[in-house]
Design a protein around this ligand. Structure first.
Ligand code: BG6
Length: 478
């Protein structure tokens, strides 16, 4: 279906950009902040690329005014950032750290003073270490009450100033990496424990949304989900079934629960067969249904292409965290599906397939299945960038990537998808959890690397100016 004429972006479309506390703030032990699980995890040898940490990151904690000034210069309409739970509640619950609340209040006020809408993520992977120690974090049902208490505190403090709220960032990523791949904290590899922790995260998400409504907080709330739409490698029915399995297992398994409070039947049946299904206690389904979000937050980077995978087929594989193209290992779920290279798509140096049409497809699938507006809360290109002798960064590859994805959004709008906004990942360069500082995403280059913090000086990339023009034209220049 090719549109001859594209519908314009809505007048109030939020052209934004995003970050996460651990990846930008630094000041990991300053301002009364307690440690999060990431503060400890990065100190375990071999866990991150060249042992990088977010101790200093890009020092946004101290440089936030400079960063907001750059956002204002670009004309950004929205800035999505996350609050570090342990900056507000150093022990996860109990005593409140006023200094932490004040940091975010100052940031929010600074944004509002520049007509930039703050979009607040409550949780971007950094659960307080105290809760991990006390009861195993997401593995205990106690986390539901503690997360709701933390969310309520933040809602009450910032209500009226913040209109768009994100509950959990990429639950599918932090749960699978934390409890299956063991590449994120707490570094566990146990499917039974993973599905239990995941169920608690679902309940915490719903409980926070329910509290949001009960408190009468004005605005909209939803989770941000890392969705990579699945394609079959070809029309061979067993490959089409594999792609359906992948879509149900990797996407519907989370988004159906957010929207409908129920797990997809086929996946749940499969989990029961494996002995991995979570315990659904009386009241759980009711709570999940009461916590349906106002919008679906979509973090889109790539699609996945799938093929049949026999019962004794390929399982978990290693990711490319080095930037050496072609080092991603084959992976899948035996008996359900495996991933295959899509012959039509180019890859980044980290082997992420570049697929703007996949974004349109993903938006269409979400809009048709769930009938809610979509807010793209992340999309971007992680690449090596070079600072020239003239202090410039010629990232035409990033401009090309973002332009094609923005156009795909406009196409989806023209298809009838209701869109709230588009936050690129990321505003400044920042720490990539497992890939260090060399995999850059920002409009603003930050001069530091894995070995040396240097002066953390900010430089505008060519993409900075491109996005500025795009925002000014409300996307009419794509
Ligand atoms: C998303 C996360 O998974 O993708 C971000 O929400 C992350 O925090 C981004 O940085 C890019 O991933 P990576 O691994 O390239 O840093």
């Amino acid at each position: 279906m090719e549109h001859k004429r594209l519908s314009p972006f809505p007048a109030d479309f939020l052209w934004g950009s995003a970050s996460a506390a651990y990846q930008v703030e630094g000041a990991w032990d300053q301002g009364g902040k307690g440690p999060s699980v990431w503060d400890n995890f990065v100190r375990i040898p071999g866990k991150t690329f060249k042992e990088t940490t977010g101790d200093v990151a890009v020092d946004h904690y101290h440089k936030y005014k400079e960063d907001v000034a750059l956002m204002a210069e670009q004309g950004l309409k929205a800035y999505r950032f996350s609050i570090a739970w342990s900056r507000i509640l150093p022990e996860g619950s109990g005593a409140v750290n006023e200094e932490g609340l004040r940091f975010y209040e100052n940031l929010i006020d600074e944004l509002l003073a520049h007509q930039i809408e703050p979009v607040v993520t409550l949780y971007h992977w950094d659960i307080p270490q105290a809760l991990q120690d006390q009861y195993g974090g997401w593995e205990s049902r106690q986390v539901i009450a503690d997360f709701t208490n933390y969310a309520t505190l933040v809602f009450n403090r910032f209500k009226g100033k913040v209109k768009h709220w994100v509950t959990l960032n990429e639950q599918n990523v932090f749960i699978s990496h934390g409890y299956m791949l063991a590449t994120h904290p707490p570094g566990v590899s146990d499917p039974k424990r993973m599905y239990a922790a995941n169920h608690h995260a679902n309940l915490a998400n719903a409980s926070a949304i329910k509290a949001f409504r009960e408190l009468g907080v004005p605005g909209k709330i939803g989770p941000s989900f890392a969705y990579g739409p699945n394609y079959a490698i070809d029309s061979k029915p067993e490959n089409v079934l594999a792609a359906l399995n992948a879509e149900e297992y990797n996407a519907n398994f989370w988004m159906d629960v957010y929207m409908w409070g129920e797990y997809p039947k086929a996946v749940f049946t499969w989990l029961e067969e494996q002995g991995w299904a979570p315990d659904i206690l009386p009241g759980d389904t009711e709570l999940l249904k009461q916590g349906a979000p106002d919008f679906m937050g979509l973090n889109y980077y790539q699609t996945a292409t799938n093929a049949f995978n026999p019962i004794d087929g390929v399982g978990l594989g290693k990711m490319n965290t080095t930037g050496e193209k072609g080092t991603t290992e084959e992976q899948g779920i035996p008996g359900l599906f495996k991933n295959a290279a899509n012959p039509y798509l180019e890859k980044t140096n980290w082997d992420w397939e570049i697929d703007p049409t996949g974004l349109r497809i993903g938006l269409r699938r979400i809009a048709s299945r769930y009938r809610v507006p979509v807010f793209i809360t992340e999309n971007g290109l992680g690449e090596y960038d070079k600072l020239t002798a003239e202090s410039e960064i010629h990232d035409d590859y990033r401009i090309d990537y973002l332009r094609r994805h923005a156009l795909a959004i406009q196409e989806a709008i023209s298809d009838g998808v209701e869109m709230i906004g588009y936050c690129t990942w990321s505003f400044t360069d920042l720490l990539s959890w497992l890939n260090g500082y060399q995999k850059r995403y920002g409009f603003v280059f930050v001069d530091r690397d894995e070995a040396d913090e240097k002066d953390l000086k900010r430089y505008k990339k060519d993409s900075f100016y491109w996005y500025k023009k795009t925002i000014a034209a409300n996307g009419a220049n794509l």
